[in-house]
Design a protein around this ligand. Structure first.
Ligand code: GLA
Ligand code: ZN
Length: 689
């Protein structure tokens, strides 16, 4: 039986391929738009995101709306088989609005109100801004909600940032009142008896400020949570009229790689389809492995937010102009990085932007159509070829990524662990740690979901629990049940330290996970950059690993309570004390790594063994050279294996299993040595029924 997700839009049930398009920058020269239509078809682009920053063109004066230009664009799109993600323009405001209603402008942490300018500079609470957005969106939905070219709504742009104006302060207090009910409860949760910070009146409570309160960790955490909720609330104001007038159109907002300021798991609940903007900094090193693994992690995260295909809403067809050095994509890289997104579950490949701006700050940012204005460029050819490729891969649309391993990654843990003050303020390196573990699974070609504590764990065989410093009681209990039922967890140091308010667990770390892992973490120390220790494998350990691996940065001094010791420290006053343990609990296994091992070879060997033992599926039974990964999509009947070469040199993969053909055509079987050129990608297909 084949199981597929429905296409993102039934109007365009193929891979969407296109770009952000800003025709309002070219209204003075109508020939450009007609030429763009010709070029779009030539580049095999079928979708454009339009109107993202068009407020001034749509409402040049308060209450005077001009939709003629947009009518023309959308009508001509419809006549030419081009579709549109129609944006709401709230990502930037017209100057008249900032002038007349200064309250729409954001107030910074230092309580200074911004001037008009830039973009993403609005207060998300301001009643005036919300009202203006509602009027604009109602008009857009009335006019275009049923337009044949419109496939969905693109809400604002890259939502993010916070505002500290008086509206936002009031909203924060209301949020806190709803959460805690009483000041006593708030004082207890924020541990305000410390430094005499006890609040006696709600009006005393403010958002964090550099010249005010910034060290109450529970408060910082709640502010971040409030900002997420308030952003989601603003998003709801945006979509209300759109949903009322065009309920069949999907809504999305474009997210950013591992963005810090918003809990995307919450925002994900608001949107119909996840979309995000990926800008890898390719060619920084001889191998692109590090960059590729980071972006693979992000693709996996964005797919996991809804566990269904997502959209690559933006990427650059060549270079960006905001990196410290703007490298061009080497031959092959455009295809490789675009298909990387598809391999991880994207059903679109879209760019910023279609045509290079003539002026202002993004005039040198890569675009499909360069200033020269014609199709005879390397970048245009790359894009057109990719359009051809995507058109031939239609059967992959809507397929899923069958991950049996997952990494636990939550925003509130991220905020808390980075804010914790100790044990290593010069670099706690949470995100890097997550990547250290992910990287090994990536090198092994193990499909991975990136999930949150509230997600369902059933269905996974292996859960990686790296530095889950903030762990709620119920998360610990859920992980314990997962292990008892036969699952494997791989936990690290600095896990289970605080509960949801950032208050320390008092019954011995790792708090609610202590029974599951069978250890007590008594102390932790940060190491200076120059310090090293060693993880020395015990003879005959169940993992079958020998020798020792270098440790740096963090060492926890643990006691094996019910766990068996697999490795010990090699050095210092805690030499010979446990550094890696295994607790067998009912049908499952819980590993605990007490120190940060620096050597990638350890993680590779460790996860190879854990994945094997837990019976976790790999994309393909093949040894993958370093920097080459394999990813998998399936509809239950066919498997599509993407072999992606980020190693920076040609590579060969020895495919052990039979039955593969080339998904891009050709009848012959693919087996034995599969050659991948530099920046090469191959998509193999086989039937599994
Ligand atoms: C972001 C924005 C775009 C553009 C690109 C440039 O993703 O959404 O408008 O500025 O960056 O890389
Ligand atoms: Zn505000």
């Amino acid at each position: 039986m084949t199981v597929k997700f429905p296409p993102i839009s039934s109007k365009l049930p193929v891979f969407m391929h296109g770009a952000d398009y800003n025709p309002d920058q070219w209204l003075h020269d109508p020939k450009i738009f007609e030429e763009d239509l010709r070029l779009m078809k030539l580049a095999r682009c079928n979708v454009m995101s339009i109107g993202i920053f068009s407020w001034s063109a749509l409402e040049p004066e308060e209450g005077r709306f001009e939709f003629g230009w947009l009518d023309h664009v959308l009508d001509r799109f419809a006549e030419n088989g081009i579709y549109a993600w129609l944006a709401t323009p709230s990502g930037a405001r017209p100057a008249w609005m900032s002038q007349k209603y200064p309250e729409v402008l954001r107030v910074q942490r230092n309580r200074v109100r911004n001037l008009h300018g830039l973009r993403h500079n609005h207060c998300f609470t301001s009643p005036v801004y919300r009202e203006k957005v509602e009027i604009m969106n109602t008009k857009l939905a009335e006019r275009y909600g049923k337009h044949p070219a419109v496939v969905g709504w693109h809400i604002s742009n890259e939502l993010g940032g916070d505002c500290h104006c008086s509206y936002c302060q009031d909203a924060f207090r209301a949020w806190l009142k709803a959460k805690y009910g009483s000041l006593e409860a708030l004082n207890r949760a924020w541990w305000t008896a410390f430094w005499s910070h006890t609040y006696t009146d709600w009006a005393q409570v403010e958002s964090p400020a550099p010249h005010g309160e910034s060290m109450v960790h529970g408060q910082n955490l709640d502010w971040n949570r409030f900002v997420t909720d308030q952003t989601a609330d603003f998003y709801r104001v945006e979509v209300r009229p759109l949903k009322a007038l065009s309920p069949e159109l999907p809504c999305t907002t474009n997210m950013m790689d591992l963005f810090y300021g918003l809990d995307y798991r919450k925002l994900a609940q608001e949107v119909d389809v996840i979309s995000w903007d990926a800008y890898p900094t390719w060619h920084e090193a001889d191998s692109d492995g590090d960059v590729a693994a980071w972006f693979s992690f992000n693709h996996d995260l964005f797919r996991s937010l809804k566990k269904k295909p997502f959209m690559l809403m933006e990427s650059t067809p060549s270079l960006t102009n905001w990196q410290s050095v703007s490298k061009l994509k080497r031959p092959g890289m455009h295809r490789l990085s675009s298909l990387q997104a598809v391999a991880h579950g994207s059903d679109t490949v879209q760019y910023f932007q279609w045509r290079k701006s003539r002026g202002s700050s993004e005039k040198f940012h890569g675009a499909v159509v360069d200033h020269v204005g014609h199709e005879n460029t390397r970048v245009f050819r790359d894009v057109a070829e990719l359009g051809e490729t995507l058109a031939g891969l239609g059967e992959i649309l809507g397929t899923s990524v069958p991950a049996e391993a997952a990494i636990l990654f939550d925003w509130d843990n991220r905020w808390a662990v980075n804010d914790s003050q100790g044990p290593r303020n010069k670099g706690i390196h949470y995100e890097k740690t997550v990547m250290q573990h992910y990287r090994a699974l990536w090198e092994l070609g193990v499909p991975v979901d990136v999930i949150g504590a509230e997600d369902d764990f059933a269905g996974y065989k292996l859960l990686v629990v790296p530095m889950v410093y903030l762990m709620r009681q119920e998360t610990g209990e859920k992980l314990e049940r997962f292990v008892r039922a036969g699952g494997t967890i791989a936990v690290t140091y600095w896990t289970g330290v605080v509960e949801e308010h950032d208050l320390c667990h008092l019954d011995g770390f790792p708090g609610p996970l202590r029974t599951a892992v069978g250890i007590w973490a008594e102390e932790i120390e940060g190491l200076h950059d120059r310090d090293r220790n060693a993880l020395v494998m015990e003879a005959g350990n169940v993992l079958g690993l020998d020798g020792s691996y270098e440790i740096h940065e963090l060492c926890e001094l643990i006691h094996a309570e019910t766990a068996e010791v697999l490795a010990v420290y090699g050095d210092d006053f805690y030499a010979d004390r446990p550094a890696l343990t295994l607790n067998r609990l009912d049908a499952g296994r819980a590993y605990y790594l007490a120190a940060r091992v620096s050597d990638p070879a350890f993680y590779l060997a460790y996860y190879r063994k854990l994945a094997e033992e837990a019976g976790v599926r790999r994309a393909i039974a093949a040894e993958l050279p370093e920097g080459v990964t394999a990813q998998l999509r399936t509809d239950g009947r066919n498997e599509y294996v993407f072999l992606l070469n980020f190693s920076g040199r040609p590579a060969v993969v020895d495919v052990e299993a039979a039955g593969y053909t080339d998904a891009e055509g050709g009848n012959g079987q693919v087996s034995g040595s599969v050659e991948l050129p530099l920046n090469g990608v191959r998509i193999l297909k086989r039937s599994v029924q």
